[in-house]
Design a protein around this ligand. Sequence first.
Ligand code: HH2
Length: 346
Amino acid sequence: MARWVEPMGLLHGRGAFAAVAADAALPLNGGAAAFSLVRLIDDGRTLGILPAIDTPEDWQDAVLALTRRVPPFAGLEAAGRPLVMGILNVTPDSFSDGGRHLDPLAAVAAGHAMLEAGADLLDIGGESTRPGAEPVPAEEEMARILPVIRELAKAAPVSVDTRHAATMRAALAAGAEIVNDVTGLRHDPDSVAVVAEAGCPVVLMHMPGTDPRRMGALADYGDVSLEVAAHLAERIAVCEAAGIPRGKIAVDPGIGFGKTLEHNLDLLDRLPLLLGLGCPVLVGASRKRFIGTLSGADSPADRMPGSLGVAVAAAARGAAVLRVHDVRETLAALRLWGAVGGGAGV
Ligand code: HH2
């Protein structure tokens, strides 16, 4: 996809409503917000930044695509706010909750606590993908997560966070409903077929390469947001060709995966670019290192306030799902954001 339309000049609440009514802006994503400007991009070059309502004829299809409502992810909806996905890592070494949920009983209790706090779904993983993490064989990964999935899938929609096709298959059989693969189904050659056969929703995330040990060295982009968008468009095309419908796919820019601080900020600020793909956008920024850097919080446990700032910023830019450690606090932040006009229908 060489041509892109990037929505800019986002408006929320009463301002959005007034601007659309005055023909000064168009509704974004079915009216969750409005956009007053568009950046027209061809082959990586900006042709111009124009009022959204004055887009040239041959770009209007792409602009109209941005106005349409993105389908709900996995059939789940939360009125006026993104879905909140609680993170549960059954690992000894995850960067934030590593070692806390290795015991299945502790993991199940932590999952229930997140559901009581209001999580809409849970993301359960058995292999850390933090920068430099050692890979975990699929057998070990399954032994960690399957008992936990079996239990928690009785209480809520569960996604399995894995790069391994065997683990995807076993987790789906154990009750998981969604596959979340940080490599966008590229690490394991069987993974696209597993998801296509299961007919389940899938999260396609961007990372450079497929090995968390090496991704840092690959943080080299021209226009990071454009390159990530093009990569995700390509992965959607591969999935569609294999029989996974676009309506089952969510996309994720992969915050912190082979990205510098500047890359992360660019991706978050220009998140609306991804809405043109017609898929829900998932953002996983919770407690990540760039938040520590900018908020002066060395320990991941101290990065909750900064994470809330990013969660609200992502919601305002059209994120449909937020993958977070701090469920209760994120929901409170979103509630307040909604109350002052964020997420209100246009
Ligand atoms: N981030 C992590 C893991 N899985 N999945 C998606 N879709 N998006 C993300 O941003 C994402 C993800 C890394 O964070 P975490 O699970 O908290 O830590 P670790 O990889 O160390 O287990």
